[in-house]
Design a protein around this ligand. Sequence first.
Ligand SMILES: CC(C)(COP(=O)(O)OP(=O)(O)OC[C@H]1O[C@@H](n2cnc3c(N)ncnc32)[C@H](O)[C@@H]1OP(=O)(O)O)[C@@H](O)C(=O)NCCC(=O)NCCS
Length: 261
Amino acid sequence: MTDGVGLRGVVIRDAVAVDLDAVADLERRSFPIPWKREYFASEVGAPFRFNRVARNATGRLLGYVFCAHAGGEIHVHKIATEPAFRRLGLARKLMEEVFAFGGRIGADEVYLEVRESNAAARSFYAGLGFRQVGRRGQYYGDGEDALVLARSPEPGSIRLDSAVPEKTHSARAVRNGPPEVAMPSLTEELKRELAGANEEFSNLLSNHLAHEKRLAELASKSFLSQDEEAEEKRLKKQKLALKDRMEEIAREYRARVGSSH
Ligand SMILES: CC(C)(COP(=O)(O)OP(=O)(O)OC[C@H]1O[C@@H](n2cnc3c(N)ncnc32)[C@H](O)[C@@H]1OP(=O)(O)O)[C@@H](O)C(=O)NCCC(=O)NCCS
């Protein structure tokens, strides 16, 4: 951090439920189509997330970054800093935390979308070494395109290869911004529909079912060996991650096809 006076005493830590009101408030003042509070609430504490908030010594929220990670990629869903505290290096500091986290988990790439018209953010990301690897037409609710940017988490090892194929992006854990309606959980009908339309979803679903089957077998046993206990723990964790990814695909799908689901 450039440790300007305004940032003295700033602490960056994991986002928790008590941060939600302030995060949602800053979000409303920072984005033309803000995520709703409930949406942040569903992210806090969810598996495979890296969600951080910055608060100053008086407890005031100065910024946040919300990310998800899967398959060697980190996706930055949201980053914002308090307007009166911009250009002090805080967003840079938050992104440095993301890169350091990416290094710890061995991620290959950090991805994000930015509005084409968001000159401030584009300049910010360019300064961090992000490069454009794609474009999503009419990505935002108001019809504006998003530019897809990427960077390796490792400093000095920004990949210079050409654009990642569009297919890679569409199959990734990519959110289409906030849904405008409350999201019901995955219904059987939606699962069937998505399994027919999306290969990744179909694979996730069969994997999820296999996990459920094995977990049911383990649950029916009156005694578990140490290995089985470890297996049960691992399967439960993996099952949650699979469900999480399916929910993400469903959210993206709903945002694309409308709110009928
Ligand atoms: C984009 C945003 C997160 C930057 O936050 P910040 O705390 O001001 O960023 P930093 O102080 O860490 O900026 C680091 C560098 O990024 C660049 N930068 C940041 N804001 C800039 C701006 N408005 N214009 C040009 N360059 C800018 C500068 O190079 C800056 O370094 P400098 O101040 O020494 O010149 C902030 O403007 C914001 O919250 N915007 C609204 C939400 C948003 O658009 N988020 C990104 C969505 S993809």
